[in-house]
Design a protein around this ligand. Structure first.
Ligand code: AHM
Ligand code: MG
Length: 323
């Protein structure tokens, strides 16, 4: 396995945000995410050989089994965020409390992450991901819980990484969404998907059809309508399903059901960052009733229904679900 060294992000400075002074140091944060992603990529590739598959035997704050790679990925990104010197506080799907990383003037960002998304796919060599929402911190702002309870529309940037047949990092900054592919030889991320916009045509829908019987009547109607007019693709890793829909055109749904009205996915670690990417690429993200980025969070680990992707299909689906 390669030693941890800084990776270069080909073209990020030029392609990202057009030199917005309000985002000084963002390239350092995104570079640290890239560095962590390369390490997670290496660990995922080697996991079976090094006996690092399976569960740790512990459960996380959501009551879910923690996989060995969940735990390793969390440690890698906590260290990457701490080490970059620009992140004041970190919230994580895998960590109950707030990680306070620094309160100096350079610590001008707050990050919330799902370090390893799609954990149930690790043991079967299917695509997984990592997700990051990045908010600004004003100088002197206290590093405590309220700093991490801000709506998604205030994000400065959002990033996800998909570890699939190749490893791709997608970074969204105001008005720009760019994709960088990991060069397995040099360890650098190379700009391969400049200026991503979600296609007008919605080819696919992605949802867990096995939950159909648990949905209310209006949500069933919305899913049935998509079923009749679109091809189904469902990996069961949110990042993988979203990435396909972003590049090829599609809609992802994880609605609430009769037993779990708020669904399964987490507002701060999954819905907000991917909602931000979707909107910057011309798409949309809603719960069953409102724009994801406008939800005022009440708890860092709260869940939300999520309808994400092609703007026209998202709006029509929300219209049906909300009656
Ligand atoms: P995780 O973050 O603990 O891996 O769980 C979230 C995952 C998403 O990646 C995916 O969209 C969803 O759970 C799949 O759930 P289900 O198996 O119920 O379809
Ligand atoms: Mg997840």
């Amino acid at each position: 396995m390669r030693a941890s060294v800084s990776v270069s992000l080909d073209g990020f400075m030029e392609s990202a945000w057009g030199g917005d002074d309000g985002l000084a140091g963002l390239d350092v944060v995104v570079g640290a995410i890239a560095d962590g992603a390369r390490q997670v990529h290496d660990q995922a590739q080697a996991a079976a050989i090094e006996g690092a598959l399976g569960a740790t035997g512990e459960t996380n704050v959501h009551g879910e089994m923690v996989q060995v790679l969940d735990s390793a990925g969390s440690d890698i990104f906590v260290e990457a965020m701490r080490g970059c010197g620009r992140v004041a506080a970190l919230g994580s799907e895998e960590i109950e409390g707030v990680e306070a990383l620094g309160d100096g003037p350079a610590h001008s960002y707050v990050v919330q992450m799902d370090p390893v998304d799609g954990s149930s796919n690790i043991d079967v060599a299917v695509t997984i991901g990592s997700i990051f929402g990045i908010w600004r911190r004003s100088p002197g702002e206290a590093v405590s819980e309220p700093l991490l309870l801000r709506p998604g529309r205030e994000q400065a940037a959002a990033v996800y990484v998909v570890y699939g047949s190749s490893t791709v990092m997608v970074a969204a900054t105001p008005g720009a969404v760019n994709g960088f592919t990991l060069d397995g030889v040099s360890g650098d991320f190379v700009l391969t998907h400049p200026a991503i916009t979600i296609p007008e045509k919605c080819e696919y829908y992605s949802t867990n059809e096995g939950n159909f019987g648990k949905l209310d009547a209006r949500t069933r109607e919305a899913v049935s309508r998509l079923r009749d007019s679109h091809s189904l693709r469902y990996v069961g890793s949110l990042v993988a399903d979203f990435h396909r829909n972003l590049l090829k055109g599609g809609i992802f749904l994880y609605p609430g059901d009769v037993k779990s009205p708020e669904g399964k996915l987490r507002l701060m670690y999954e819905a907000n960052p991917l909602g931000y990417v979707a909107e910057q690429a011309g798409g949309a993200a809603y719960s069953d009733r409102e724009r994801i980025l406008d939800i005022q969070p009440e708890a860092r680990h709260q869940r939300t229904p999520l309808i994400l992707g092609n703007r026209r299909e998202v709006e029509e689906t929300v219209r049906i679900i909300s009656g």
